[in-house]
Design a protein. Structure first.
Length: 185
């Protein structure tokens, strides 16, 4: 009985270690002990790798929803896709609170750079701090009276600025949708 268990484990580890299954909507980057992170990414399908010598890292390349809302707790998981409301100040010194959604995805062609230069935790290192900073900067260019009539312009400016910041890092902004802009009294 023990012999069968050991053989089963070895077959699973060795034979299974030769292949990487990349599901639809994902890409894989490969780290090779001799050459570092390989420049070629793997798309969906079954791929051959050298067991114990190469390691594959899967990345979700689908559109991800980063929700900015009341009650979100960043302290539970730093890599959770979301944030608490963003507080900003308009050009006429009115404090406001923003909630909404940022849609983004991993750039399939830049996933190697993302993994090599940023690592696994790109939400806490890139998305959260840059989106908060850009939201505050863009809001400072509007008066409190402009906000209700200029929401689409505001979203477009935020998207353009956020895209310019995070695209070189390997991420793509697909859209910003503000659900609420509330003055804080």
């Amino acid at each position: 009985m023990f012999d069968k268990l050991v053989v089963s484990f070895l077959v699973d580890e060795v034979v299974g270690g030769f292949f990487v299954s990349v599901p639809p909507g994902h890409v894989a980057a490969v780290y090779d002990w001799g050459r570092g992170v390989l420049k070629k990414t793997w798309g969906p399908g079954l791929h051959f790798k050298l067991p114990f010598w190469q390691t594959a890292k899967l990345f979700n390349a689908q559109t991800l929803e980063y929700t900015i809302r009341q009650g979100f707790n960043v302290d539970i998981n730093r890599e959770a896709l979301g944030d608490e409301p963003i507080h900003a100040v308009t050009s006429d010194n009115v404090n406001i609170m923003l909630t909404g959604t940022i849609l983004f995805r991993v750039n399939r062609e830049r996933v190697v750079d993302l993994w090599e230069n940023i690592g696994d935790d790109f939400v806490s290192k890139i998305v959260r701090p840059i989106s908060r900073s850009i939201s505050r900067t863009v809001m400072a260019g509007f008066t409190s009276g402009d906000l209700s009539i200029s929401q689409s312009i505001l979203e477009q400016r935020m998207k353009e600025r956020l895209q310019a910041e995070i695209e070189p890092k390997g991420l793509v902004v697909e859209g910003i949708h503000l659900s609420d802009i509330t003055p804080i009294r």
